[in-house]
Design a protein. Structure first.
Length: 269
């Protein structure tokens, strides 16, 4: 492999600071889009607060797929499975990897250091497989229930809210002394988090009204929940914890939207 090829395989190449480059770097880092723009992790992390907006774009792609499959009269359950599969694949399985790793770590008894060492181990255990199964099947079930009601905008909203979960986890977590996760955590500030919420709540309301906005709140709740679990078990949040918050954020976004839809259907006579 030439030196040039090695550089192409490295996301974290120092470049002149630029918001556009940072955003493009985030897309290169967290999706399979062939943008091939590489920058330092510090530069990417500066735009962590904007990440949910980029995920809204990913959610839009998934929404188009959902609409197309619906036109072809695919069963709603099959559409839900395809959409979920598309989302975790399009994100390069990065966040799913974090979910599986944290599942393994949560099974371990002992010190936070011992749990972190298991989380960073390349092996996959029963805890990781089980957690992936639980989160995956619940995500598909919630999405299927919502799509059966006809609220197809939930596809875009839940994917955007997944990153709201990640940002929510980052703002409420303590960073470690190493790993990529610490840069995203350190980059987040209260004003940036408020900006993220304002923008995503506006997008959620635009596409789904009160239900959509409630989905964004669900994503933030999911991320905060993972932050709490991380503090209790690991004391700090790693990149794996942030990845897990993305998957849990999506799950709780769908759950909150489903609850709101069901509540709106209640008739009091």
């Amino acid at each position: 492999m030439t030196e040039k090829d090695k550089q192409k395989d490295d996301y974290f190449i120092s470049e002149k600071s630029s918001k556009i480059r940072s955003i493009a770097g985030l897309l290169t880092f967290s999706t399979i889009l062939p943008i091939n723009i590489y920058t330092s992790i510090e530069e990417m992390a500066k735009m962590t607060w904007f990440w949910p907006v980029l995920s809204a774009l990913v959610g839009f792609f998934a929404l188009i797929i959902g609409l197309f499959l619906n036109i072809l009269n695919f069963p709603i359950f099959i559409i839900s499975v395809i959409i979920y599969s598309f989302l975790i694949w399009f994100n390069g399985f990065h966040h799913l990897d974090g979910l599986i790793d944290i599942g393994d770590a949560l099974m371990v008894h002992g010190t936070p250091e011992k749990k972190i060492s298991v989380m960073r181990d390349s092996m996959i255990g029963t805890g990781g497989i089980a957690l992936f199964f639980i989160v995956g099947i619940l995500t598909i079930a919630f999405l299927n229930s919502i799509l059966l009601i006809g609220f197809i905008s939930s596809i875009l909203i839940c994917e955007m809210s997944a990153k709201v979960g990640l940002v929510s986890c980052a703002i409420s977590s303590k960073p470690g002394n190493d790993g990529t996760g610490m840069y995203f955590i350190k980059s987040m500030t209260i004003p940036k988090f408020i900006a993220t919420l304002i923008i995503t709540l506006a997008i959620g309301y635009l596409f789904g009204g009160i239900i959509g906005a409630f989905g964004v709140i669900g994503g933030a709740f999911g991320g905060a929940l993972i932050s709490l679990i991380g503090k209790k078990n690991f004391k700090i949040a790693t990149g794996d914890v942030l990845g897990a918050s993305n998957e849990i954020g999506r799950l709780f976004s769908l759950l909150f939207m489903l609850i709101m839809i069901l509540l709106s259907q209640i008739r009091i006579f």
